[in-house]
Design a protein around this ligand. Structure first.
Ligand SMILES: Cc1ncc(COP(=O)(O)O)c(C=O)c1O
Length: 389
């Protein structure tokens, strides 16, 4: 069998299982209305939660940095790729997150891999939430420590696992701050209490919480008034740019500079991204009205869909998953939404558990009332047609 025949057979199996994925082409900037595959759609699947990706102040800063520093950074941070913009942004992120220091990575994915593959040692154990993001799962796989999974946000199960793992040298609890497919928030206050009682360290991936949760958008730490040992984040969601970061103590950052392979062996972020992200943090901190508007939209959408009879997950975050159940029906639902001018993809196994296929809506501060009214009316119509409500 030829190489391509072998791959085609495997793809065919994916298709038969209804799990085939295809790319869509966006022909416009990330706004609520975009041209998707040639047709205009109201997009309810963007991570640009505060609309910063094309904010004029951020774009102006990007252009200025681009003129000064050019496009690529030309090397890893430890060779020629460390500019003043990288250091300024790290200081900005550290002060925003109320931590001693921060370190940039090329993406949130690589930040998770870098931390989890370098920090725990052989003889340690990682206690990982069942619904953690793929980058945490992959980081655990690359770690020399063992991994034990606890039930999603189930504190008595986590406590049981902490008791069972007392013979390990060190325990690390690792969790998403906001779970990317469920929109739920990790009970960080309880996790911190358990970590103190059982002498464990806590690592939180605040990818979807940064800019969104807490009064100033500092994330789950601000929301719960706690300070985990390691807080990871991305610049690609509410910050509206690209890149990842880790925050914590100065010694943690020194350690990662010396041991995190995804930091050491990677070309650094382009300075233009650092300049843009720097400006974005000012918006996040100062423009509270964007966050307030976002949370109003979340409440309207979730509340209305629930009152229509839909099962809606999520806990006051911009991720609003509407459970359809059957995979094929979810895909049909998403197609019908698209025919109505709404882009909201179906999320299927293995990304979510079998029988829990869903339409994963995300809302942004830039959606207006008429976008939301159209979304809700379409959900009601399609929900009745497919006998979901
Ligand atoms: C929880 C979580 N962590 C990490 C990432 C990866 O971040 P990035 O897109 O910056 O690689 C994502 C999403 O992409 C995510 O949802």
């Amino acid at each position: 069998m030829s190489f391509n025949q072998w791959l085609s057979q495997r793809i065919e199996k994916t298709k038969q299982a209804g799990l085939y994925r295809e790319l869509r082409t966006m022909s416009t900037a990330p706004q609520p209305k975009m041209i998707v595959n040639g047709t205009q759609q109201i997009v309810f699947s963007s991570n640009n939660y505060l609309g910063i990706a094309n904010d004029p102040i951020v774009m102006e800063k990007a252009l200025k940095t681009l003129e000064e520093f050019g496009m690529g950074s030309s090397g890893s941070r430890l060779t020629t790729g460390n500019t003043e913009w990288h250091e300024m942004l790290e200081n900005r992120i550290a002060s925003f997150k109320r931590k001693e220091a921060a370190l940039l990575f090329s993406s949130g994915y690589l930040a998770n891999i870098g931390v989890l593959s370098s920090l725990p040692e052989k003889g340690d154990v990682l206690l990982s939430d069942q619904l953690n993001h793929a980058s945490i799962i992959d980081g655990c796989r690359l770690s020399k420590a063992e991994t034990v999974i606890y039930k999603h946000s189930d504190m008595s199960n986590l406590e049981e696992k902490l008791i069972e793992t007392q013979t390990y040298t060190r325990r690390f609890i690792v969790t998403d701050g906001v779970f990317s497919m469920d929109g739920s928030i990790a009970p960080l206050d309880d996790i911190m209490k358990l970590s103190e009682r059982y002498d464990a360290y806590v690592i939180v991936d605040d990818a979807h919480a940064t800019g969104v949760l807490g009064e100033r958008g500092r994330g789950t730490s601000e929301l719960f008034g706690v300070s985990p040992d390691v807080v990871i984040g991305t610049l690609s969601k509410a910050v509206g740019v690209e890149g990842g970061f880790v925050t914590g103590s100065r010694v943690l950052i020194d350690f990662l500079i010396n041991h995190a392979r995804t930091f050491i062996f990677q070309t650094s972020l382009p300075p233009v991204s650092c300049g843009a992200a720097y400006a974005a943090f000012d918006i996040i901190e100062k423009r509270q009205e964007l966050r307030e508007r976002l949370h109003r939209q979340i409440n309207v959408i979730k509340g209305t869909l629930e009152s229509m009879g839909f099962t809606v997950y999520g806990q006051g975050t911009p991720i609003i998953p509407v459970i359809i159940g059957d995979t094929e029906k979810s895909v049909r639902f998403s197609k019908k939404l698209e025919e109505n001018g709404i882009y909201a993809p179906a999320i299927r196994p293995p990304t979510v558990p079998e029988g829990e296929s869903r339409i994963r809506l995300t809302v942004t501060a830039t959606h207006n009332d008429s976008h939301i009214e159209h979304l809700l009316a379409s959900f009601e119509e399609i929900g009745r047609e497919l006998e979901i409500i």
